[in-house]
Structure formats: C-alpha cells, structure tokens
Design a protein around this ligand. Structure first.
Ligand SMILES: NC(=O)c1ccc[n+]([C@@H]2O[C@H](COP(=O)([O-])OP(=O)(O)OC[C@H]3O[C@@H](n4cnc5c(N)ncnc54)[C@H](OP(=O)(O)O)[C@@H]3O)[C@@H](O)[C@H]2O)c1
Length: 320
C-alpha cells in the first residue's frame, strides 16, 4: 500500500478521499514511478465525475501527469533506468505516492527543469503543441486568438504560438487574468464582451478554444478566410452547436484536437513534439508559472479552485 487519492464512486470532487491505495503492478512496456509532484488539470475534474472520454474501474486515483523517480521498469523499456528522474503522463493514477505510466509517455528530465514545473508540462504544452503544429499548421505572422488564455492550455498556447511567430490575442474573463496573459507573452489581452466585433477588428487566423459555449460561435464568426478553429475543450460546460453553413460562408475550418488519441496513435510524432518542448524549456524559451502548491492530501481543495476559476498559473501537488 501507499498513500494517494482514492475515488470509490463518480460523485465528482466529493468522491476524492486521501488514504491508502494499491501500488500498481507494471507490464513489459510500463514504468513504476515514485511521485515527487503531481499536476492538477481540468480533465481530473471530469474523470472523478465519470464525464471523461475514458472511464476507470473503481476504485481509482485521478491525476494525469507527474514528475518523480523511476522505481522499476518493464522488460521492454530501455530509454530510462531505475533511479532516473522523469516526467510522465497517464490517463489516471497520478494523485498517489507511487504510480505507473506507459513508457511512451515517460521522459528523462533535463536537469534545467525543476521537479514541480516538470509535473505540469506534458498535458498542457503537449496538447497546445499538437493543436498548433499538427492540427492548425500555424504559420509565421498569423494571428492567434486564445480563449481561456489564463488557464493551463491557454497559457501554453500563448507561449508556443509565439515560438511559431504568431501574433497572440489572449481572451480572459478578468483584468487580473488579462494582465497575467500579457506577462505570459500575449501581444494583446481582451475580455469576452463583444467578442466577435473585437476579434474581427484584429483579424484572426487561428482560434485555440478550450472553453466552448457562447464564446465559440462568436469567435468562429470573427475568423479570416482560411481560418482554423481548434476545438479543445468545454470548460464553460456548454458544447456549442454551430450552423453548418458558417464554415462554408467563411471558408474556415472547425478542427478537432484530441491529444490523448494522438499520443496513443502516433507515439513517435508525439515524442518528437515533447522533445522540442523540453528543449525550449531547457533553453529558457518556455516557462510555466506555478500558481499554488498543495500537499497531495489537499487535492480536493486544489481541484475545486481550478473548477471555480480561482487559479492563475498552474497548481501542483507536492507528493514526496
Ligand atoms: N482536447 C484535448 O486533447 C485536451 C487536452 C487537455 C485538456 N483538454 C480540455 O481543455 C480544457 C481546458 O483545460 P485547462 O487545463 O486549460 O483548464 P484550466 O487551467 O482550468 O483553464 C480553463 C480556462 O477556461 C476558462 N473558463 C471559461 N469559462 C469557464 C467556466 N465556466 N468554468 C471554468 N473555466 C472557464 C477560464 O478562464 P477565464 O476565467 O478567464 O474565463 C480558465 O482559465 C478542459 O476542458 C480540458 O478537459 C483537452
């Protein structure tokens, strides 16, 4: 047994209890990890509610990414060894002292990246990179509008968009979040009021949309000809229905982004993306801001703050 967050039902955050959890056993392609830090991500709130794309067997621990030390490797694993410091992602299981990950999602940690930051890179930067590079084919000089720009996906998209030479427009709900987006590198930060008019005045080529709801159609209607609207998530809780004539009239595309299926179907392409991200981090070209650090036992509080939009920067759980 080790300590972790145990969910015995899909009753949302209420089902998260701190206590004893089983130490996982690993297969040939898996790595057992002693967790140092675990990242807190919006999908953790979906999985504990039974609303995620994948449903674990009960009981389970949520948590999609960690940093830590390799305790054991499966017999087919040859790119990391016992004792190595790594960062890793998994669909669930990260909110625990000991977790496991498929070797495809385990990365040797460059010494320049501290353990707390290493636990909050893969999910958001991996998704933003896949979205902008593989799905939008973002080009130098294009304008990039980012909804939910103060959030995990949003702030990663601003930084990666700049690396691709885009002009970035951050959309955030409060002045404090807009200031944070500018500090994060956005060229312009605006609110959600009159979104279509504001974005049309700027002229937008690509939209990063982890929010959905009303903002989705407003921003899609602002796109330039040839624009791409990246559908990433629905933190607003509303999946929008956009009239099918709009993509035709605007000569613009609605493009789905699902990083979880990308790393499963194209592990080598994903590894190449992540290696680029790690290189940029090591060179100081990317940097993630840690907002708050909680102990693993406080995971429920940490996740509640995220869902209630009270977070600026990434939240991380200190585990061991
Ligand atoms: N497609 C994929 O492959 C993939 C991968 C990872 C995550 N996701 C999804 O992407 C979405 C964003 O994840 P994230 O990690 O960036 O989340 P996050 O850190 O919580 O950020 C979400 C942002 O959404 C905005 N928002 C707008 N309306 C909201 C509402 N009603 N409730 C909460 N937030 C609201 C918030 O900014 P304001 O307060 O400024 O509005 C917040 O900063 C989630 O739905 C997640 O499941 C998708």
């Amino acid at each position: 047994m080790s300590l972790g967050i145990r969910c015995s039902s899909f009753n949302g955050l209420e089902s998260m209890e701190y206590g004893n959890v089983l130490v996982p056993t690993i297969g040939a392609n898996e790595v057992l990890i002693q967790v140092a830090y675990a990242g807190v991500n919006f999908p953790d709130s979906l999985i504990v509610s039974g609303k995620y794309q994948f449903t674990p067997e009960l009981p389970f621990s949520p948590g999609q990414e960690v940093s830590g030390k390799v305790l054991q490797i499966g017999k087919s694993v040859d790119h990391v060894a016992v004792g190595d410091m790594v960062m890793a992602s998994m669909t669930w299981g990260g909110y625990a002292e000991i977790t496991k990950a498929h070797s495809n999602n385990v990365y040797l940690l460059p010494p320049e990246i501290p353990l707390d930051k290493a636990a909050v890179i893969l999910e958001t930067y991996g998704t933003a990179m896949h979205a902008l590079k593989d799905r939008a084919n973002l080009r130098v000089g294009e304008s990039l509008a980012v909804l939910g720009a103060s959030g995990g996906i949003g702030s990663a998209a601003i930084q990666i968009g700049k690396m691709f030479g885009a002009q970035t427009v951050a959309i955030c709900s409060t002045k404090e979040k807009q200031d944070q987006a500018i500090a994060n590198g956005a060229n312009i930060a605006i609110g959600y009021e009159n979104l279509k008019t504001q974005l049309k005045q700027i002229g937008i080529d690509v939209i990063v949309d982890p929010v959905g709801g009303e903002a989705a159609e407003q921003s899609f209607r602002s796109l330039n000809s040839g624009g791409r609207h990246l559908v990433i998530g629905f933190t607003s809780g509303k999946i929008p229905s956009i009239p099918f004539n709009l993509p035709l009239l605007k000569s613009a595309s609605i493009v789905g982004v699902f990083w979880g299926s990308f790393w499963r179907e194209s592990p080598l392409a994903n590894r190449s993306n992540i290696n680029t991200i790690l290189k940029w981090f090591a060179q100081g070209k990317l940097d993630v801001q840690i907002g708050k650090t909680y102990h693993l036992s406080e995971a429920k509080t940490a996740l509640a703050e995220l869902v209630n939009r009270q977070v600026i920067g990434k939240t991380v759980l200190r585990v061991s």
